[in-house]
Every structure is written in structure tokens, then in C-alpha cells.
Design a protein around this ligand. Structure first.
Ligand code: BTN
Length: 249
């Protein structure tokens, strides 16, 4: 299938279970080309990380999935896609509001300790090789009231301004395009350098939880598989997968 520039084709939906699921269905039916963006006003079952539900009020936030040709990546460098996506969202938001934006491992986007955007990447494999990825992004734009325990924030919460979702999508596609060019040129060192420079609590002692036990650790790196490497209080270094550890608040 021919590769396309990001966002040249946008499919807009009123309501859908999940834009990621909808994209996966189109992929199965081979009815979609790379670079297509699926955008919805509302999701009845928006999917988040760690099997959570991504809730968003109708028409107020950016809910998109991008069908991406990731076949040039392999299992050793696949997490660079995640790093590049987080960097692009971070950069896009910072350009819009001019406030420092951080990345919380693995790819949450944070402002002043509150989450403004989340990413869910689902990969497709063919004969044990990566063939494509569905990049799901939820960015809180015009919603002002959020329920739930997590600290969440939107662009409107920060600036009291109302934003046009199509303009935000355009800026986001442009930031993503630049990061994807880096990725296709295998500029992994530069992506890594940038990712770590914006990483929340990087090189700082902080509180973590694993199997209901709290402990202190210093985040010294996120490796190419996406594992977080912590220095522990006894001086040991240990790496943790997303499913086994949480960063405490
Ligand atoms: C997270 O938990 O941080 C990831 C959230 C990802 C949400 C987005 S909204 C658009 C896309 N479709 C989904 O079902 N999920 C992603």
C-alpha cells in the first residue's frame, strides 16, 4: 500500500466505540492507507493504557488514531515509535501554550504534574515482523471538568481559551511528521536524547509501587524496549516493564 503524508486523509466520525478499534477494522478490510487519521467526537469505549477506559466529553477533545507504516522498525527499536510520538505531542502542546510540557514514562504527557494527553499504540505483526501500527492519541482540549482520581488537565483549564480541534490536529500532524522523519532516518540517539531531556522525574529519587510495595528509585533510563531502568536505594539497577510498576503521585 502506498505511503501517504500524515493527515492528508482524515475520516471524521460522530461516535464510535474506539478510534483504535475502528482503524483496526479498516486495516483488516484493507480499506485504509498509511497516514490516514481517524478522528471521533465521542468514543463509547475509548481504550487507555493498562486496560483502562479513556473518557472524554462529546466534541470537546482530540480523539484520533493514525495508521502508521512501522515496518522499518524491529522488535529491538520498536519503542522509539512511542518515544517519537510522545515528543511530537509534547512539542505541539508547548508551542500552543508556551508552558513546559513533560513526558511521564512511558508516554503520558504532563503539565504541572497533571495529565493532558495519553497514547495507546497497537501494533500489527506479519510473520513475527512488525507490519504497521495504530497510534491512538487522546488530547484534552476544551473539557474543563474531569472525574476520576488521576490528576487531569486540558488546554482550556490552563488558558481559559476555547480551541479549534481541526487547527490543533493540523499542528499535531506537523509535529508528528517531523518526528516520524527522524524515526525513518534512524536518528535514535537524537530521539533518545530529547525523550530523556523531557522525562518526568528523570535522574531524581521518586516513589514507585510494585506488587503493592512502595519503594524509592532513581529513573536513570528508558531503554529501547520501553523498560524503565531504576537505580534502587541499595545501589542495584533494575528494569521494569509497564505492566509491573507504577510511578506514584
Ligand atoms: C492512556 O491511557 O494514557 C492512553 C489513552 C489513549 C486514548 C486514545 S483516544 C483515541 C484513541 N482511541 C482509543 O480507544 N484510545 C486512544
Amino acid at each position: 500500500m502506498k505511503s501517504q503524508s500524515l493527515g492528508n486523509q482524515i475520516i471524521k466520525l460522530n461516535s464510535v466505540d474506539s478510534t483504535n478499534n475502528y482503524t483496526a477494522k479498516l486495516v483488516k478490510e484493507t480499506k485504509i492507507s498509511f497516514g490516514t487519521v481517524i478522528m471521533a467526537d465521542f468514543q463509547t469505549y475509548g481504550k487507555g493504557q493498562r486496560s483502562s477506559v479513556w473518557k472524554s466529553e462529546k466534541g470537546l477533545n482530540l480523539l484520533i488514531s493514525i495508521y502508521f507504516d512501522s515496518s522499518f522498525l524491529n522488535s529491538e527499536n520498536i519503542f522509539f515509535l512511542s518515544k517519537a510520538v510522545a515528543l511530537a505531542i509534547r512539542e505541539c502542546i508547548e508551542k500552543i501554550i508556551g508552558i513546559k510540557v513533560y513526558i511521564k514514562w512511558p508516554n503520558d504527557i504532563l503539565i504541572n504534574g497533571s495529565k493532558i494527553a495519553g497514547v495507546l499504540i497497537e501494533n500489527q505483526w506479519k510473520n513475527e515482523k512488525l507490519s504497521s501500527s495504530i497510534i491512538g492519541i487522546g488530547l484534552n482540549v476544551n473539557q474543563v471538568i474531569f472525574s476520576g482520581e488521576e490528576k487531569v488537565i486540558s488546554l482550556k483549564n490552563l488558558t481559559s481559551k476555547l480551541y479549534n480541534l481541526n487547527s490543533i490536529l493540523k499542528s499535531l500532524c506537523s509535529s508528528l511528521d517531523s518526528q516520524f522523519t527522524r524515526l525513518r532516518n534512524f536518528e535514535f540517539l537524537e530521539i533518545d536524547r530529547q525523550y530523556h531531556s523531557f522525562l518526568f522525574v528523570y535522574n531524581q529519587w521518586y516513589n514507585y509501587e510494585k506488587n503493592k510495595i512502595n519503594f524509592k528509585g532513581k529513573l536513570i533510563k528508558v531503554d529501547s524496549f520501553g523498560k524503565m531502568v531504576l537505580e534502587l536505594e541499595n545501589g542495584d539497577k533494575e528494569s521494569f516493564d509497564i505492566k509491573e510498576i507504577s510511578i506514584l503521585k
